[in-house]
Design a binder for this molecule. Structure first.
Ligand code: DUC
Ligand code: ZN
Ligand code: ZN
Ligand code: ZN
Length: 467
């Protein structure tokens, strides 16, 4: 048995803060005891990690990533190897990525393809949601068995991207009805893609080809409308609903109203919507392409609404939707036609630190930081308390976090496999000093000690946020 003790840090979970030592045995947390107590002093250990002046927090849980996602004639530039390593550098120790059902194929084929990409390559633990691109009878049956086995207990549907991932309302309703019975959580990309495609065509015909028009045609109204429609469909089906990447204040208002009416609807937002805006999309020399993602960035005033939603719990989760494409050769595919810019932003390495900056700035509390970035994502997707907290029995996925370290975010120093940073030049206070994945130190003081293949596939329970 290997024993590690982390001494002298401030343990921060979603529920409490305490000056405690943490005992790890064989990759799991065995005990917590007040620092200096006779119980803690009595522990013997093979390794002692000093954490004085630092926080000891659960590793980040990022439930929305797209490593190696084929999109727009190219593929997201982070592999499972580079992307999970970058995640760990940024204090994230679990990701849940999306396996895509191939057109005309089964969920099984999608999962097999994603297992093949990830297995043996991940530095941290990982799970899969499934993107359902064709709801049919055999897919509905597959959903049952995937929930039963825990291989995938959540399913993403798209109201956007006609001809690619899009599902019409009837298919959405059928999937929700199935989820209401089997416990699978439906995740929704809520944008009216049929209407957006009309506006795209009209914009291009009028010579509006710059990246900023991506933000203009993907109208806020069409996110709010789709969010409203998704909520009503879920209400008809009697199922809970998780809306991914909420970017618009009016879409958030739809969620808040439904929650006030007692519905189990949940919302996720992402750092790009909290920290970036349409100002970035309007950057000259095609630089705006770096900020093209869907849902799109919104005008600055939406940020305040999203922060408020995070404080009031109308939004429960911050994940990244990490989907990086290099500027050179990938984003550039859309020069002269914004609709050909591959959609997505890098961020898996930056999320924990950006949100810690919000703690420093007084926007959210320290415990809320852990709640929205670790505990709730784990509970929402059936990984709790194995992931997302620090408690006896949990995996020892831990970050020893230096709250005073100052860093300047830059593509020159980040670890994501992408040639730009969406947060270039931003100064942040706070940084992961030591990162453990199931008790193994993978990062220490700027030295990478992890390895591809350490990360294991996670079977998951159904949503635990409802019980
Ligand atoms: N949005 C993105 O920005 N990228 C990938 C898929 C999506 O819905
Ligand atoms: Zn989406
Ligand atoms: Zn409310
Ligand atoms: Zn996504």
């Amino acid at each position: 048995m290997t024993r590690t003790v982390i001494r002298g840090g401030l343990v921060v979970t979603a529920a409490e803060e305490l000056h405690a030592d943490v005992l790890i045995e064989d990759g799991r947390i065995a005990a917590l005891a007040a620092t200096g107590s006779s119980a803690a002093e009595a522990w013997s250990a093979d390794t002692v990690i000093e954490a004085g002046g630092h926080y000891v927090i659960p590793g980040g849980v990022d439930v929305h990533t797209h490593m190696e996602l084929p999109f727009g004639g190219t593929a997201a530039s982070d592999t499972f190897e580079t992307g999970t390593r970058a995640a760990a550098w940024g204090g994230t120790t679990t990701i849940v990525d999306f396996a895509v059902q191939p057109v005309g194929g089964s969920l099984r084929e999608g999962l097999d393809a994603w297992h093949a990409k990830a297995e043996g390559n991940c530095a941290i633990d990982y799970g899969f949601h499934t993107i359902v691109s064709d709801v049919n009878e055999s897919v509905l049956k597959e959903m049952d068995s995937l929930v039963d086995s825990g291989e995938s207990t959540s399913f993403k549907l798209f109201m956007a991207y006609p001809g690619v991932f899009y599902s019409d309302d009837g298919r959405i309703l059928r999937a929700m009805q199935r989820g209401a019975v089997n416990g699978g959580l439906i995740m929704m990309h809520a944008e009216n893609g049929i209407a957006i495609d009309v506006l795209v065509e009209q914009a291009l015909a009028a010579g509006k080809t710059d990246p900023r028009y991506h933000g203009e045609v993907r109208r806020e109204l069409l996110e709010a409308e789709a969010t409203h429609r998704a909520i009503k469909l879920a209400q008809v089906a009697g199922s809970p609903l998780y809306v991914v990447h909420v970017s618009a204040a009016s879409a958030l208002a739809e969620l808040a109203r439904a929650r006030d009416d007692g519905l189990n609807v949940f919302g996720e937002t992402c750092p790009q919507y909290l920290f970036l805006s349409t100002d970035n999309l309007a950057e000259p020399d095609f630089e705006g392409a770096k900020y093209v993602c869907s849902t799109p960035l919104r005008p600055r005033e939406h940020q305040e609404a999203l922060w408020r939603g995070l404080r009031t719990n109308d939004l429960q989760v911050v994940s990244t939707d990490h989907c990086p494409f290099c500027f050179a050769g990938q984003k550039e595919l859309g020069r002269g036609d914004f609709s050909k810019i591959p959609n997505g932003l890098p961020g898996v390495e930056n999320r924990m630190d950006l949100l810690h900056q919000a703690v420093v700035d007084g926007r959210i509390s320290r415990r809320r930081w852990i709640e929205i970035a670790c505990a709730t994502p784990a509970r929402m997707f059936g990984l709790y308390p194995r992931k997302g907290t620090i408690a006896p029995g949990a995996d020892a996925d831990l970050v020893i976090y230096d709250p005073a370290a100052v860093q300047t975010v830059s593509a020159a120093t980040h670890h994501m496999n992408v040639d730009y940073s969406a947060y270039e030049g931003r100064q942040l206070t706070g940084r992961a000093r030591t990162v453990l994945s199931r008790g193994t130190v993978v990062l220490d003081d700027g030295r990478w000690l992890g390895r591809a293949g350490h990360g294991a596939f996670l079977r998951r329970d159904t949503c635990q946020y409802l019980t």
